[in-house]
Design a protein around this ligand. Sequence first.
Ligand SMILES: NC(=O)C1=CN([C@@H]2O[C@H](COP(=O)(O)OP(=O)(O)OC[C@H]3O[C@@H](n4cnc5c(N)ncnc54)[C@H](O)[C@@H]3O)[C@@H](O)[C@H]2O)C=CC1
Ligand SMILES: NCC(=O)COP(=O)(O)O
Length: 348
Amino acid sequence: MAESTDAPLPVAITTGEPAGIGPELTLSLAADAALPAASVAVGDPAMLAERATALGLEVTPVVCRPGEPLPAGPGVLPVWPVALRAPCTPGVLDPANAGYVIATLQAAVAACRAGQAAAMTTAPLHKGVIIDGGFSGFTGHTEWLRDACGVHEVVMLLATDRALHASRADGGGADLRVALVTTHLPLREVADAVTAERIQRVARILAHDLRDQFGIAAPRIAVCGLNPHAGEGGHLGREELDVVIPALDALRAEGLDIRGPYPADTLFTPRHLAGVDAVLAMYHDQGLAVLKYAGFGNAANITLGLPLVRTSVDHGTALDLAGKGVASPSSLGVAVALARRLADQRAG
Ligand SMILES: NC(=O)C1=CN([C@@H]2O[C@H](COP(=O)(O)OP(=O)(O)OC[C@H]3O[C@@H](n4cnc5c(N)ncnc54)[C@H](O)[C@@H]3O)[C@@H](O)[C@H]2O)C=CC1
Ligand SMILES: NCC(=O)COP(=O)(O)O
């Protein structure tokens, strides 16, 4: 097997929940030669080989270690090995493999931090089975990476494919960047989590990274209200008056171009989106339902505020499709390409 020399550092692709679609999407991109040249999968090599055979994908997972040159050749998928904890059937979750999924994340983070990987892209994991497997505080990659990297705040930003490339949202329409003030929280807890301090921390990270990572010199950010009609002057909830408006006023006083709060239902219309670069939504489904309507399957998730580059897909484990070879690898392709681009930019 030929080995490449002078190759750039790889993007490490964690293959996610082994019973989900992550392994086959990674294999499918490798089979179509649709991964950037320096890419390495992180997962169980035997499971990946078995999945490739079952789906008739002409891919050979080849084991290598962080810091070693990547094996190369037609159909070769370099793999940093992490062993499954229990045998796995596509579509069937097993909490015994929760530690395996976490170990793939640990391996990718360690490689990024040790200068052995340029970036990481995560295929989807299943939050519930990670918790059932003993990781009781787990709520998602985003929060896990925040803690693993020892930072206080990170921001979840999802963007449709064209919005990832344009330095300005060109005319609104279906090209969207949506960031979230709160991420994986029960709805009942959201209002208490929307504090002025959190809004300010998130907005500052968002503005900073839109400038630094996406080349938008003076980002224009529109902020959703929390309540219907942004609180209707206090008649439908006081959070806008007591928390959101003072937080946005303080951000404007710092010089950030922050607009709103706007009623979320009309903010997501072409006329209102046309003049902004990103929308800051208060909670998960307020922002992501719209983003997925606009671009499901062709969007990526980026964690801002980390000391490393991390991107991910716009979808979950799709257990209903796992092992069938019918799930679309498109979002994973967008996410890996974005990780490569952001890492190359950082390396500058
Ligand atoms: N980045 C990550 O690790 C993410 C993980 N999840 C997790 O995934 C699990 C399942 O979540 P759900 O809400 O059911 O969302 P899901 O995205 O897994 O599935 C929703 C629907 O979209 C379809 N779908 C998903 N990916 C597809 C693809 N690549 N091609 C074609 N169709 C696709 C599924 O078949 C299903 O009908 C949950 O545990 C959730 O927390 C969800 C989103 C992101
Ligand atoms: N809907 C986005 C999502 O659930 C992904 O979360 P994370 O695992 O990337 O934090």
